[in-house]
Design a binder for this molecule. Sequence first.
Ligand SMILES: [Zn+2]
Length: 305
Amino acid sequence: MKKLYFMLGLILLLMIVGCGEEALEPAVGQGADETNQQEEENANDDNHESEEEENKEDKNEENAGSNDDEEVNEDKDNEAEQEEPEKEEVKEPQYKMNDVWYIKPIDKADPNAVLLTIDDAPDGHALEMAATLKEYNAPAIFFVNGIFMDSEEGKKVVKELYDMGFEIGNHTYSHKNLRDLSQEKQHEEIMSVSKLIEEVTGEKPKFFRAPHGANTDYARKLVKEQGMLLMNWSYGYDFMQGYMEKEALEEIMVNAPGLGKGANLLMHDREWTNAALPAILEGLKEKGYGFIDPDLIETPMDSME
Ligand SMILES: [Zn+2]
């Protein structure tokens, strides 16, 4: 009997001790919860500091917490940036062309910028011009003609421009005035170049510019159906008498009446334009203009994808 009482007593004792231990736990748990809550409020992040340290530096933690948060966000941003080229994500359009060919921000993009375009490429100076553009970190559209892409060399240059990050636009096969051509011929002039560009770059062109800016209703419709944005330009001088030389071109391109926010600059693959390009880019920069990435301009293709 005594043994039984002893055993019962022992069990009772163990239960009390057990309860005691359990009773202690919530206190610790509560403490931990409070700390966790505080962490969430301060840092909104998991913090692996020991409780003691947290208690010691209750106030400092607020600052440290928000710093941690920023660091975490920065890390995420960096990761996203690094991943982007691999995934080749489609960039959200940030600019839109208006009725007079100027490129305007859709929302918060920088309005103090111009679009650079080089027509009749690649005709001997495109790669050198591309290298200059790269030096100034200036994106651009190279509007190419099929006649310059018939040779392997021409194809190689276009591929190189594309690989350097430049946009390849369609400027028709043989640079004829579309208004002089039948619809069938216009179709051929436009579609054969889109096909060539896709063969070389693996990507359909997103931009179209008619030779001499001479658009037709038929071409407008076809170009849109193909997902391309048809554009003329705001100003260009390198094909005009008096401006087919370096100094005059350098001067006019940065002082033209057409220069303004979102201006669409027309240049060509020409010796004098190639020579004037560094000073033109320098001058535009000095006037506070940035250079619009064509990839960020809305095109009909955006609503097709
Ligand atoms: Zn042209």
